[in-house]
Ligand binder design. Sequence first.
Ligand SMILES: [Zn+2]
Length: 162
Amino acid sequence: MNYCPSCGKKLSITQFKGKEYHQCECGYFDWNNWVHVSAVVVGYNHQNEFLMVQLKKEGNRLTFPGGFRDLGESIEQAAIREFKEETGLTITNLSLFKVYSKDEIRLVWIVFTGNVIEGSFIENEETEGYYFYSVHNPPPLQRLRGNLTTQLLMDVLNRNNT
Ligand SMILES: [Zn+2]
């Protein structure tokens, strides 16, 4: 970032605790810690099984429904919208579960649990379909999308155990 997002002046480089940062004479300081925020949902049915989606891209791998928040949307609204877009189903009773971060790709997952209102799958660009899994019937681990999905799944399985 070269110009101040607050006043528009050119930023200068400064050192702080051995690292370089940009700052502005108006007081703005760029901590270089921005992240993309993604709202993710662990949706449960009446049998206490949780829903995962199968992706169209990325080798049909499995993950939890979710996606980036649009500007102007609350995180909960993003969670509800993304869940609907990727499954065709409605999610209710959202409750904050956990937050995960992956600095390499500047990503933060804000994860909610919720109750799935059953319905039918709606064709969309991102997912092939969805499946319900449980502690007794977990998803195949080699088909998980990535680290965050694996981390979240482990926490979900532990949650269901207690
Ligand atoms: Zn400024």
